[in-house]
Design a protein around this ligand. Structure first.
Ligand SMILES: CC(C)(COP(=O)(O)OP(=O)(O)OC[C@H]1O[C@@H](n2cnc3c(N)ncnc32)[C@H](O)[C@@H]1OP(=O)(O)O)[C@@H](O)C(=O)NCCC(=O)NCCS
Length: 164
């Protein structure tokens, strides 16, 4: 199984995967745009696209998962978990937001299992149900190489700490 940035020829399989869940509507154009902007990952398994995740980088200045889908036959194998980690790595401020409709029990379970907490909701959307907003902290990677170039003595401290 491989998770990679979506390419133009992933559009068709992603549309089909999505159609099974949400019908036709606005989604083909939405997906095409995310692929063009490299704001989408796909999971490929035995030559087939079996999941995708689309994200926004400016949801009130934060990273936001806008669409997530895994093929029904390959659920509960950690595909969503791994794709969410790929997206989380794009966070520049240690924050990751996501959302789901209030009656999507599986998605709610998944968000809670993956460490998301509720962070309000949105009413008055075109959909009939309320959208729950989820939030998760993302530990930011400390760039040790950069740190050592500024404070060379910290390299010695770090290597003596590791050898203890
Ligand atoms: C929600 C969805 C993306 C989850 O994908 P997935 O690849 O099956 O999820 P994972 O295998 O990574 O699950 C991660 C954890 O979430 C929880 N979880 C996922 N599916 C669950 C289910 N059906 N019941 C209970 N808990 C579930 C579990 O804790 C799971 O960890 P575990 O299997 O080690 O116990 C998938 O069910 C899906 O595509 N659903 C339809 C589209 C949708 O609702 N998208 C989300 C809207 S934002």
């Amino acid at each position: 199984m491989e998770i990679r940035i979506a390419r133009p020829n992933d559009l068709e399989p992603c549309i089909n995967l999505n159609k099974a869940l949400y019908g036709k509507g606005k989604w083909p154009e939405f997906l095409r745009q995310r692929i063009e902007d490299t704001r989408m990952y796909v999971t490929e398994h035995e030559g087939r696209v079996v999941g995708f995740i689309a994200f926004e980088t400016n949801f009130i200045g934060c990273l936001f998962i806008s669409l997530l889908s895994v093929h029904a036959e390959l659920r509960r194998k950690g595909i969503a978990r791994r794709m969410i980690e790929k997206v989380a790595a794009h966070s520049k401020n240690g924050k990751l937001f996501s959302s789901t409709e209030e009656d999507n029990e599986i998605s709610i379970k998944m968000h809670e299992a993956l460490g998301f907490r509720r962070s309000g909701y949105i009413d008055n959307l075109p959909q009939p149900r309320r959208e729950i907003i989820y939030y998760r902290d993302v530990p930011l990677q400390t760039d040790l190489t950069m740190l050592f170039s500024v404070f060379p003595e910290s390299r010695e401290q770090e290597s003596s700490r590791r050898s203890i």
